[in-house]
Design a protein around this ligand. Sequence first.
Ligand SMILES: Cc1cc2nc3c(=O)[nH]c(=O)nc-3n(C[C@H](O)[C@H](O)[C@H](O)COP(=O)(O)O)c2cc1C
Length: 222
Amino acid sequence: MKSGSYEMDSSPLLDLERLGEDVPLLEGIRTTRAIRRLGNGPVPLGLIRKVVEAGTFAPSGGNRQPWIYVAVTGEEDKAWFAERYREVFSAYIAPARQAAQSPDYPAAKRRNMESAIYLAEHMHEVPVLLFVAGWKRRGEPQHQALYPSIQNVLLACRAVGLGACITSLHLAFGAEVDRRLGLSEDRPTAAMLPIGWPLIPYKRPVRRSVDECLFYERYKGG
Ligand SMILES: Cc1cc2nc3c(=O)[nH]c(=O)nc-3n(C[C@H](O)[C@H](O)[C@H](O)COP(=O)(O)O)c2cc1C
């Protein structure tokens, strides 16, 4: 599928109803990874609606469904956000950059670092910055109530062929972001998912084996 060859809203080349409906669930789960290398071809807003709708099927405490999604596509807003994200990111990634100078730095960590750097450098070009906010409860942000919904959105992106990733570094300037998005203090953002057409394929990510994580009856690890 060629990016940039369809309109933002009416998508003559994409059947939004059917797109992504045939990916087997477990295969989709096993091949969803952080995709930060994203093309700048437009993403139909109907498709954003579809992946966010998957997010609304998540469980939440008391079925309160506290999620709020704000999809940002405007150039000025993306540039504003990208500039601030890059500043926080460059401080965050500095120790890894330093460590990666060693030839012994693990290849998987190096790839992850390079992809995070790529995203930071191209954040302003990402077609959609999808902010996830939620109602506070008893004065506290409820990030745990949002993450099942966020994961559903990532899986739906995988199903329809979009690339996406969780980011949370903007929490360092979260109040500023929230004000700009029109979110009141009792509805803070928890994460931001950059979404676009992937420049790299979906595939199985590097993970610890289940046999290291699963125990029967008692924990027997160290
Ligand atoms: C809570 C959370 C916060 C994250 N924040 C960021 C972030 O700010 N920037 C970023 O590039 N990646 C961020 N990530 C993505 C992780 O680095 C990524 O999911 C992890 O390295 C696994 O990548 P993989 O699925 O490609 O193996 C975050 C992930 C989680 C779960």
